[in-house]
Design a protein around this ligand. Structure first.
Ligand SMILES: Cc1cc2nc3c(=O)[nH]c(=O)nc-3n(C[C@H](O)[C@H](O)[C@H](O)COP(=O)(O)O)c2cc1C
Length: 224
């Protein structure tokens, strides 16, 4: 599975070496927006971690973060755990509504906003500005290195009311959010799933088309 779906520039999993794209060799995520190039993530480790029950025992929300950045490998593993591809047919680590791929995961980080592309396990540059602070109303939001933003494609949810679109997209987001909670518990990271988001303002900042909408956000970082 990994060989098929992971980006070709990352060393194959199990080779003993993760060959990072140049931007990761110097800083976990240096600015590359000028080049507008997608950045392949290191191959996700996709194994190991705490036993599930231990992770469940540790799962909690964190609201105090250090500024410490996330290493590229940790970001890769986190995104795979969140909504990566875990089967040869392309299905994901989280269940999703009617087998319709409705959600995009945007990552607001100090160097800008990226879109996670699970098929190639790549970060696609989206915006050059740091919008972390604008993704929430609580003080800790701007201190953590990563704000995940869940965005739904309403236009892909046919035959359901606008209320149900929001309902099902929210459930999709929550499953991914719980994956992130458990991954963070396993990796000694902090996280909190957040509804306190100015949805319209974030949608504007992300320049989303009208039919797309923000459901939730989720802070991730090392606890203070
Ligand atoms: C739908 C939803 C929305 C939430 N929104 C926020 C939020 O905006 N800000 C926040 O600090 N926590 C938020 N939380 C986290 C909850 O406050 C937290 O899960 C709850 O207090 C239980 O604490 P625990 O996660 O540590 O067990 C949200 C949780 C859920 C499920």
């Amino acid at each position: 599975m990994k060989g098929r779906f992971c980006c070709s520039q990352a060393a194959p999993h199990g080779s003993g070496e993760v060959r990072l794209p140049a931007i990761f060799r110097f800083r976990p995520y240096a600015p590359v927006m000028q080049a507008l190039q997608s950045v392949p993530l290191p191959a996700p480790r996709a194994r190991g971690g705490l036993p599930l029950t231990d992770a469940l025992e540790r799962r909690r929300s964190t609201r105090e973060y250090s500024y410490r950045p996330l290493p590229a490998q940790v970001l890769s593993d986190l995104l795979w755990a969140a909504f990566g591809i875990n089967r040869p047919n392309g299905d994901r680590t989280a269940p999703y509504w009617r087998h319709v791929m409705v959600l995009d995961i945007y990552l607001a980080m100090p160097d800008g906003v990226w879109l996670y592309e699970p098929v190639t396990h790549t970060l696609v540059p989206h915006l050059q500005s740091d919008i972390r602070k604008e993704t929430g109303t609580q003080d800790f939001v701007s201190s953590a290195p990563l704000e995940v933003i869940y965005v739904a494609h309403g236009e892909r949810m046919t035959d359901v009311s606008p209320e149900d679109r929001r309902l099902y997209a929210s459930v999709d987001s929550a499953f991914i959010g719980e994956n992130i909670y458990l991954f963070c518990a396993s990796e000694n990271l902090g996280t909190v799933f957040r509804g306190s988001v100015d949805h319209a303002a974030v949608a504007r900042l992300l320049k989303l088309p009208n039919e797309q909408f923000v459901t939730f956000a989720q802070t991730v970082g090392y606890p203070k």
